[in-house]
Design a protein around this ligand. Structure first.
Ligand code: ATP
Length: 276
């Protein structure tokens, strides 16, 4: 049954890039409408994969991904085009077009997907650039902008068509502390101003805790949901796995080492008293 309070519903989704390993194993999640949800979890636990399934870039092996009650079908090109117009995706390496200036980068989706007259395109582009604080940068070439600015321009482009869902993959990666704070505030502000549902995949826990309404903590294998709740609930959790993660403690149930054969075996070191 579709849940009207959730824009995105993940229902018993299993997915693997190959048959040998499931990245997501029977994952069920809800992303509340109009809220900022942070998806946290160790490297490789399947956070980006989850965003790819929502965007229809990959299809689940089993289970359903629903967007506004509609099952996302990665094989239905027409549906994907229609649904993607309602989604803004800001992927980590979502490159800007370097042969276009800032203005034309933001105008690109409007020119591509709408028949709006040039004067209206201009107003929308300047409005979106204004929302990310870069209206004055409209005439600049992409080679003239900093990494943090490029990120904001990509965001202005992602929101050009007024998406109902904005997905951010690692929006703070590689930013200095000030740019990180600016980016975090921007995510919150845009969500509030547009009413869009925001999903943020990130390793930057303090930023996520500061701007999210809802936090989901995932872990490998299988994209297991360790915990979810408000930032305050997660911060107050007494579960050792949650505590280790949200406090960034080096020791705890989450192991530093990826599963490996014993050291002695890999380095050919014989135990005393045994033949090599
Ligand atoms: N295109 C791909 N083909 C094969 N395996 C992939 C592909 N993309 C990701 N994987 C594997 O799937 C697993 C989950 O990757 P994913 O990028 O979803 O994790 P993540 O939680 O976003 O990690 P990180 O925080 O490091 O970005 C990883 O083990 C990764 O190596």
């Amino acid at each position: 049954m579709p849940d009207p309070d959730s824009l995105i519903e993940i229902d018993h989704v299993s997915f693997g890039y190959d048959a040998r390993r499931l990245i997501l194993n029977d994952v069920t999640l809800r992303f509340p409408r109009g809220k900022v949800t942070a998806i946290l979890g160790g490297s490789g636990c399947g956070k980006t994969t989850l965003l790819r399934l929502i965007g229809g870039i990959a299809a689940p092996n089993s289970g359903q991904v629903r967007f506004d009650g509609e099952v996302v079908n990665a094989r239905d090109r027409a549906q994907l085009l229609r649904l993607r117009r309602r989604m803004g995706m800001l992927f980590q390496f979502g490159a800007l077009f370097t042969d276009l200036n800032v203005f034309d980068n933001v105008a690109f989706p409007l020119r591509e997907h709408t028949d709006l007259p040039p004067a209206l395109v201009r107003d929308i582009v300047l409005m979106k650039l204004n929302a990310v604080g870069l209206r004055g940068a409209a005439p600049l070439r992409i080679s003239e902008v900093s990494g943090g600015m490029a990120r904001r321009i990509a965001l202005a482009r992602a929101i050009a068509l007024d998406p109902e869902l904005i997905m951010y993959d690692e929006p703070f990666a590689g930013l200095d502390l000030i740019s990180m704070g600016v980016a975090a505030n921007l995510i919150r502000k845009l969500g509030d101003a547009t009413g869009a549902t925001s999903l943020v995949v990130s390793h930057d826990i303090p930023e996520c805790m500061a701007i999210s309404d809802h936090v989901i903590l995932m872990a490998a294998p299988g994209g297991r949901i360790v915990a979810q709740g408000t930032p305050a609930e997660l911060m107050a959790s007494t579960d050792p796995e949650v505590r280790q993660f949200v406090r960034g403690e080096p020791d705890g149930p989450v192991k530093f080492h990826y599963a490996a054969p014993p050291l002695a075996q890999d380095f050919g070191v014989a135990k005393p008293g045994r033949a090599a």
